[in-house]
Design a protein around this ligand. Structure first.
Ligand SMILES: Cc1ncc(COP(=O)(O)O)c(C=O)c1O
Length: 339
């Protein structure tokens, strides 16, 4: 039986055919170094987002960019703030700058912005905001982000991590919620950097490419900490190809939009506590040790994420897969959880 990968919030349809073709095309140029400035990709992104290319930094995935941000903005003795139950790379990023990371308790499984604003002290330089949050799938609205920005000192950089932007935007427009106006914040010269990745909707997690947009001044400072040639020729080509494939993005988002509610409904009807998702994964608290169920699913070739590393050993996170993968998951999970 084929392994059903529902543990890392990847795209179940794989990369776009245009991205694959673009990668194949540059393989024979593998002897040549990549463009250190990723000019082609930055120009395309600048065009799409109506920004200056100098406002964009391309990285070897967001995980790497988070550490570049931390090393640029944090020093020993200073701190960054995030939420508990948030993205696992924030502690690693802060540690790479030998700075402290303060993790504020969640409010209804999401970011408690008032508590975060109160936690800011004179040594705070950065706030990491995963929006939507991984692993709980919660959202911070545009108004709530504005509220936070208006209640923290201007010297604190707000890192708005929109790794799941396309999924969140889709849910938000259907639910008539204002999700993100991050471009406006950058244009208004607020102290923010907005992060996007090709790992999720574009299906390029294994290729490693992401980007941030912010002020040109911050891009220049981040460039000092960035490794030379960090983004391979293959990754740059893949990203440019992926941006041209609107059909692949739409298919992925539409699948998520139909399948996430189906999974949520099946789990809720069976009596499990889920947090309604704004992303491509579902957080489910079983209120008992979830690890034996994760192990049982593994024996049936289904991988899901147990959240003991986040301090939540009773919870699982399920990536939304194709309809067939989700049916296989639901059948196996409901069976395993019953026993
Ligand atoms: C909130 C969040 N930010 C960033 C990332 C990392 O993305 P990348 O694959 O670009 O390193 C993830 C990946 O799971 C994520 O959940």
């Amino acid at each position: 039986m084929k392994l059903n990968h529902l543990d890392s919030n990847e795209n179940p349809f794989g990369p776009s055919a245009l991205a694959v073709a673009a990668m194949q095309k540059v393989l024979a140029e593998g002897n040549r170094y990549p463009d250190n400035d990723s000019d082609d990709l930055r120009d395309k992104l600048a065009q799409i987002h109506q920004l200056e290319p100098e406002q964009i930094i391309i990285s070897n995935g967001l995980t790497d960019l988070l550490s570049v941000i931390a090393r640029t903005c944090l020093s020993p003795g200073q701190n960054a703030i995030t939420s508990e139950r948030s993205f696992v790379a924030y502690p690693t990023a802060a540690a790479s700058a030998r700075a402290q990371l303060i993790q504020v308790p969640t409010l209804q499984n999401g970011y408690d912005l008032q508590a975060i604003a109160k936690t800011v002290n004179r040594d705070t330089r950065v706030i990491f905001l995963a929006n939507p949050n991984n692993p709980t799938g919660t959202l911070v609205t545009a108004e709530e982000t504005d509220w936070l920005l208006n209640h923290i000192p201007e010297s604190v950089l707000l890192v708005i991590d929109e790794a799941y932007y396309e999924f969140a935007q889709d849910f938000a427009s259907k639910k008539k919620v204002s999700y993100s106006h991050s471009f406006e914040l950058v244009r208004e010269r607020r102290n923010v950097i907005v992060l996007r990745t090709f790992s999720k909707v574009h299906g390029l997690a294994g290729v490693r490419v992401g980007y941030g947009y912010c002020s040109t001044g911050l891009v220049a400072r981040l460039n000092v900490q960035r490794s030379i040639y960090a983004v391979s020729r293959v990754a740059q080509a893949a990203a440019v190809g992926a941006l041209q494939d609107g059909g692949h993005i739409q298919r992925t988002v539409e699948n998520n939009s139909a399948e996430a509610p189906r999974i949520e409904k099946a789990l809720s009807s069976a009596g499990y506590k889920i947090v309604p998702t704004w992303a491509n994964f579902i957080f489910c608290d079983l209120e008992k040790d979830a690890r034996p169920i994760r192990e049982k699913l593994k024996t049936e070739q289904i991988r899901v994420r147990a959240l003991d590393a986040w301090g939540i050993p009773t919870a699982l996170r399920f990536t939304v897969g194709t309809p067939e993968q989700n049916t296989q998951l639901l059948d196996a999970f409901l069976d395993a959880a019953r026993t």
